[in-house]
Design a protein around this ligand. Structure first.
Ligand code: ATP
Length: 95
């Protein structure tokens, strides 16, 4: 199981342009501060209360993370890192 890091993603990555939008948030290009390497960061708003229609269930994010962590295939993006704050989860993905 991948670790959901409690640190602030912006301490490690410089947030850049918007690459696209999904159902639960934006995907932005980010640059790793230590290396300058570019990645895609998927920002997912987490549902706060059961029954709310806003955001995604944390369990669904866990499932996506687990699948990305397990599957290694040329056609599936690599998951590098996962950050978590109170309101959102950020997946750092291969660009
Ligand atoms: N790894 C990536 N590299 C570059 N662009 C990406 C990457 N992942 C997503 N995108 C861009 O962001 C958009 C939204 O992606 P996202 O996965 O959030 O949407 P989705 O496929 O609709 O998923 P969901 O149903 O979970 O919202 C994509 O259509 C694409 O343009």
């Amino acid at each position: 199981m991948a670790v959901f890091k409690p640190e602030n993603v912006e301490d490690f990555y410089e947030i850049g342009e918007v690459l696209g939008s999904g159902h639960f948030g934006q995907v932005r290009q980010v640059s790793e501060r230590t290396s300058g390497t570019c990645w895609a960061a998927k920002f997912l708003k987490i549902r706060k209360t059961a029954g709310s229609r806003l955001g995604v269930e944390r369990s669904s994010v866990e499932k996506e993370v687990q699948i990305l962590h397990t599957v290694q295939h040329a056609n599936i993006v690599t998951l590098k890192d996962v950050f978590e704050s109170r309101a959102e989860v950020v997946l750092i993905l291969e660009l």
